[in-house]
Design a protein around this ligand. Structure first.
Ligand SMILES: [Zn+2]
Length: 124
């Protein structure tokens, strides 16, 4: 079945929502060219893709290829250069860049919902 400890139920109304390694997930099915797992929550019966909520959602490339694409981009390689090095069409590269950027933005907004209290040192 593979390691499910990094996953959690994505149904916001479920008592197990967001709890990783909670023992509530099973893999009732797989789909797509990479045998992407469908996860099922035994608490609320919700089913979702293991890629949902990640930059891999809705992609047909293997996780390794996507990671390679984003690693090249993160190192400063442009879309054309990355396309040549990884062997993926450059329109696909730009789509991944956009998707990863939106994902990072959402994650940032979730993790940094509140600014840390700013303590000013009184001027002397
Ligand atoms: Zn659930």
């Amino acid at each position: 079945m593979g390691d499910l400890s990094r996953f959690c139920c994505l149904n916001a109304g479920c008592p197990g929502h967001g709890k990783r390694n909670h023992g509530n997930l099973t893999v009732p099915a797989r789909y797509g060219p990479n045998s992407t797992r469908v996860l099922r929550c035994s608490t609320c019966q919700a089913r979702f893709s293991e890629r949902k909520g990640t930059p891999l959602y809705g992609t047909r490339l293997s996780a390794d290829t996507v990671v390679s694409v984003l690693a090249h981009v993160a190192e400063g390689a442009g879309a054309r250069k990355t396309a040549r090095l990884v062997g993926v069409h450059r329109d696909t590269i730009t789509r991944y860049i956009r998707q990863a950027g939106e994902h990072a933005q959402q994650l940032h907004d979730e993790l940094v919902a509140l600014s840390p209290p700013h303590e000013r040192t009184p001027a002397r």
